[in-house]
Design a protein around this ligand. Structure first.
Ligand SMILES: N[C@@H](CCC(=O)N[C@@H](CS)C(=O)NCC(=O)O)C(=O)O
Length: 230
């Protein structure tokens, strides 16, 4: 068996984050696919929060994708995926935290809320989040990734939800604002990475996976309204 065992679900963007780190670092891993709709009894022994991803490595269990990814970066330091300078490293953690506590909750609220007024409010908030990230990226070094030329944990923390944006557009009309060109180029570069190519599922897959949350989508705001809002 490989040194790293990852408990994952193909549909899960958080688990995708971690699979991408393992692939980019060239770490061999044993993939344990968990059926989240029918979790096996042993899963609660493995996953204290009953969620994926979880990794087992050298007898230790690590969970929470952002924490796992930093752990992997420390135990497999090549290539490094966090900046070496403490200020830039703090900035990386701030943006990963921003994604976890601001961007992703907004993404899911927009997907799940059925009321058009609330959808419009969440769509406007999502746009504002994108613009904040666009401005932050523009301040970083030259190159397509968050910190310029070197692919890192901030990029891998964000990519899975950009891959799923077509589903948000399909159900809620939400898309990347046209003035976020830097993020647009970032996504184009990200799609070419080995880990994205190995883990990506197409738009149709995500649209089908999210139907259970989006349901009632006939009431949703249109793409035109989304572009005009905020
Ligand atoms: N904060 C966690 C979120 C992980 C998460 O929500 N995973 C979902 C699948 S995408 C899960 O395992 N859900 C199962 C459940 O909540 O019962 C992380 O970053 O790893």
């Amino acid at each position: 068996m490989s040194e790293v065992e990852i408990f994952s679900a193909e549909v899960c963007p958080f688990a995708q984050r971690t699979r991408m780190v393992l692939i980019e670092k060239g770490v061999e891993f044993t993939l344990r696919e968990v059926d989240l709709a029918a979790k096996p009894d042993w899963f609660i022994e493995v996953s204290p929060y009953s969620k994926v991803p979880v990794i087992r490595h050298r007898g230790r269990t690590v969970y929470e994708s952002a924490i796992i990814n930093e752990y992997l970066d420390e135990v497999y330091p090549t290539p490094p995926m966090m900046p070496s300078e403490p200020g830039a490293r703090a900035s990386a953690r701030i943006w990963i935290d921003f994604m976890n506590i601001k961007l992703l909750p907004c993404f899911y609220r927009l997907l799940m809320t059925q009321e058009p007024d609330k959808q419009a409010a969440e769509a406007a908030t999502l746009k504002a989040h994108f613009r904040l990230m666009e401005a932050a990226m523009a301040g970083e070094g030259a190159g397509p990734y968050w910190f310029g030329g070197q692919l890192g944990l901030v990029d891998l923390a964000l990519y899975p939800w950009f891959e799923r944006l077509p589903a948000l557009e399909h159900y809620r009309g939400a898309m990347l604002p046209e003035d976020c060109a830097r993020l647009g180029s970032w996504f184009t570069a990200m799609e070419q990475t080995e880990s994205a190519r190995a883990t990506t599922n197409g738009a149709e897959y995500h649209i089908a996976a999210y139907v259970k949350y989006a349901d009632n989508s006939t009431d949703s705001i249109s793409a035109r309204e989304f572009r005009a809002s905020a």
